[in-house]
Ligand binder design. Structure first.
Ligand code: HEC
Length: 470
């Protein structure tokens, strides 16, 4: 106990020092920038100062991780362990959605710009187009260059940290929710009985594999044929969805599919889009020939990212919807929703270009409705012979549910009742019977991963009891 505490205090002091240091370096950097701007010169030490600042930022991240880790060691096996996890979850989830919104917002905005540019009227020779906009009480006028301006402006905005931080926070969240608690959240023994470590390795490995396949596709002649490219991509995505749903628990399978697409998106930014942009800026600065293919590659990848956004957003909220991830054919539902939502994005993109397509939106909606249809509850014909008593039902609930759903769960994964639901008496069960029907009888998503080995007969007793009380 003393060791982790000392380590905690030490890392905390280091963190404070690093934060103070980052402020000092930043203010030093700003004052130097002002000084050199006044004399119209370039600061010879500019890149050294930036590197130092970036190193301090990296150290802050590493020290924070060490701090959280030591805190975890301190509270481990106490009642605060679950609480720490919950707050980590809150903080990282908020970061993740905030960065995600900024990233997807930028993606929507720039694809909109590209689609809506005026390319014909009053466009100077060096420009690809321009656009007028009004927002927040002001008028904006934007111009897109065909290749690059003759001189690269000093203050050039890049959009990359949104992508990197969304991915990083998402990856942390994957660990907090699924990997630290792998035996409860990631693995479902009825799907596949593997060790938590094997599950984690398969999960992380699959992201790397998916990126290699996708990147290869983008570099192959396949990219010239958009239809063939999309169909191949879809078949591969379906294979991944199928694989995930036969390896992980329902929820974890969906999240892995989203994380796989999200990783491809972030890798697109990191390995292709930003390096192409850097090469373009460098070539323009050196006055060298600029290969227009660089810009085209980057544009293609960012367009792919744009089509991935809505499917990924669905996955991000999917764990609220057990009728999707809890379905027997969850992978088919996932793929249908992926096609439908990407279809909606396609319709939006065409609309922004001023092209009206009659059939894309309706067919996307029909596709999405098919997912709703397929995930509808199947009628369960099990016979209800005698009337079921409340005592009988409550006995089942006590056996199979209250290890998690009680004020003091005995299940080691929970320190508070999940979603605030505790079955203290039969009235607590009656109040929630519709949701219990959904989770226990229809989707089989409760007990979670059937950790408490509920039998089919018990599910039927619950079903009969709920039906007879209607
Ligand atoms: C191993 C722990 C565990 C067991 C056992 C368990 N649950 Fe849950 N339950 C959870 C968790 C975690 C959640 C929240 C996440 C989710 O909704 O999937 C939850 C959520 C629920 C919800 C959804 C609440 C909402 O906000 O919509 C219902 C209903 C539910 N459980 C019912 C049951 C019933 C009935 C049983 C017993 C037959 C049971 N659970 C057994 C862990 C468990």
């Amino acid at each position: 106990m003393l060791m982790p505490l000392t380590f905690f205090i030490l890392t905390f002091c280091i963190l404070v020092l690093l934060v103070v240091m980052s402020y000092k370096i930043r203010s030093f950097k700003i004052s130097r920038e002002e000084y050199f701007r006044e004399f119209g010169e370039e600061d010879p030490k500019k890149s050294n100062i930036s590197t130092a600042l970036n190193n301090v930022y990296a150290l802050i991240v590493i020290t924070s991780a060490a701090l959280i880790f030591s805190l975890y060691i301190i509270v481990k096996d106490t009642i605060y362990a679950g609480h720490l996890m919950e707050w980590l979850n809150i903080v990282v989830r908020l970061l993740h959605i905030t960065f995600g919104i900024a990233w997807i917002g930028a993606s929507f905005y720039f694809v909109f710009l590209e689609n809506a540019l005026n390319r014909t009227e009053n466009v100077r020779e060096e420009l690809a187009g321009n656009l007028w906009a009004v927002h927040g009480g002001g008028f904006y006028y934007l111009e897109k260059y065909k290749i690059a301006p003759s001189q690269i402006p000093k203050h050039l905005h890049w959009f990359k940290y949104e992508a990197y931080f969304t991915w990083l926070s998402g990856f942390c969240l994957l660990f907090i929710v699924y990997y630290f608690n792998a035996s409860a959240m990631l693995i479902d023994k009825q799907v596949l009985d593997i060790s938590p470590l094997a599950g984690i390795l398969i999960g992380v490995g699959s992201f790397i594999l998916a990126w290699f396949i996708y990147d290869l596709m983008c570099k192959s002649p396949l990219k010239k044929n958009i239809v063939l490219f999309s169909v191949t991509g879809l078949i591969i995505a379906t294979a991944f969805a199928f694989g995930y749903s036969h390896i992980f628990s329902g929820r974890a399978a969906f999240i892995h599919f989203g994380a796989m697409l999200g990783s491809i998106m972030a890798a697109n930014v990191f390995f292709v889009i930003i390096p192409s942009q850097k090469a373009m800026v460098k070539a323009a600065k050196d006055g060298k020939f600029l290969d227009p293919q660089l810009g085209k590659n980057a544009l293609m990848r960012s367009l792919h990212n744009n089509y991935f956004t809505l499917p990924v957003l669905f996955v991000m909220v999917s764990n609220h919807f057990p009728s999707t991830f809890g379905n027997k054919y969850s992978w088919i539902i996932l793929i249908i929703i992926t096609i439908g939502t990407a279809g909606v994005k396609h319709w939006l993109n065409l609309r922004e270009k001023g092209k009206l397509s009659i059939w894309i939106l309706p067919s996307s909606i029909v596709i999405l409705l098919a997912a709703a249809f397929l995930s509808a509850p199947k009628s369960n014909n099990a016979k209800c012979e005698s009337t079921v008593s409340e005592t009988e039902v409550y006995a089942i609930i006590q056996n199979r549910c209250i290890s998690c759903h009680s004020d003091k769960p005995t299940d080691p994964a929970y320190t508070a009742p999940p979603n605030g639901i505790a079955y203290r008496n039969i009235n607590d069960v009656i109040k929630l019977k519709d949701r219990i029907l959904q989770r226990v009888v229809i989707t089989h998503t409760m007990p979670q991963n059937n950790k408490t080995n509920m039998t089919e007969e018990e599910r039927n007793i619950i079903k009969c009891w709920i039906e007879q009380s209607k």
